[in-house]
Design a protein around this ligand. Structure first.
Ligand SMILES: [Zn+2]
Length: 203
């Protein structure tokens, strides 16, 4: 029982009760919610996670996106304190409509490097018409400038998250990525977060 519950917890990237339940139910029956909650409450990795303040009482009106690849967001997660093989940042690209997320390890914040990594993603999934970032409109504008060099025909404008609260939620999501990665490294007794992000991506 312990091994089954443990593997469901790890497979979901230290997921919570509901995600663990869903994972367990794929193969097993008769594992109670209480068992799962107890396991989760005793997990040392989960206890180490940073406690982030919850935003309460704020009504967020999200930017609605109707089409796939209409609006995309690119952010950089700071990994400078755990630099690996020269990689110092995680580039997080998210399609606004589907919330599909792609993670890439990058060595610098230079617009040309970010643009060439984004090009990889855009040629697979399609390029958005609007590109936005928490790193500021200047950053996005520079990246778009570089993208034009690679792909002159693709028109793209930079946008910014319309409400500061939304920005807060993205920052939290990026913090979650880092937490999941740190948990993955501990579970796998590894320092190689560049490999780790490929696994975290699908959690
Ligand atoms: Zn855990």
């Amino acid at each position: 029982m312990f091994d089954i519950v443990r593997s469901s917890h790890i497979a979901t990237g230290h997921g919570g009760r509901d995600r663990m339940l869903k994972e367990v139910k794929k193969k097993y029956a008769n594992i109670s919610v209480q068992t799962i909650e107890q396991f989760k409450s005793l997990c040392t990795q989960c206890q180490k996670k940073r406690v982030r303040p919850k935003t309460t009482g704020v009504v967020v009106r999200p930017i609605l996106t109707k089409d796939f690849a209409c609006r995309g967001q690119v952010d950089l997660v700071d990994m400078q304190s755990m630099s690996y093989n020269g990689y110092r940042w995680i580039m997080v690209y998210q399609d606004h409509l589907t919330k599909f997320c792609v993670l890439h390890a990058v060595k610098s914040k230079r617009p040309v490097e970010i643009a060439s990594q984004l090009l990889d993603i855009f040629l697979l999934f399609g390029a958005p018409a609007i590109l936005q970032s928490d790193n500021g409109t200047e950053f996005t504008a520079n990246v778009i400038c570089e993208l034009k060099e690679f792909w002159p025909a693709r028109r793209m404008v930079h946008g910014k998250p319309r409400y500061p609260q939304i920005q807060g939620s993205v920052e939290r999501a990026n913090g979650d990525i880092k937490d999941m990665l740190v948990a993955w490294l501990t579970d796998n007794e590894s320092q190689d977060w560049v490999a780790g992000i490929k696994f975290v991506q699908f959690q």
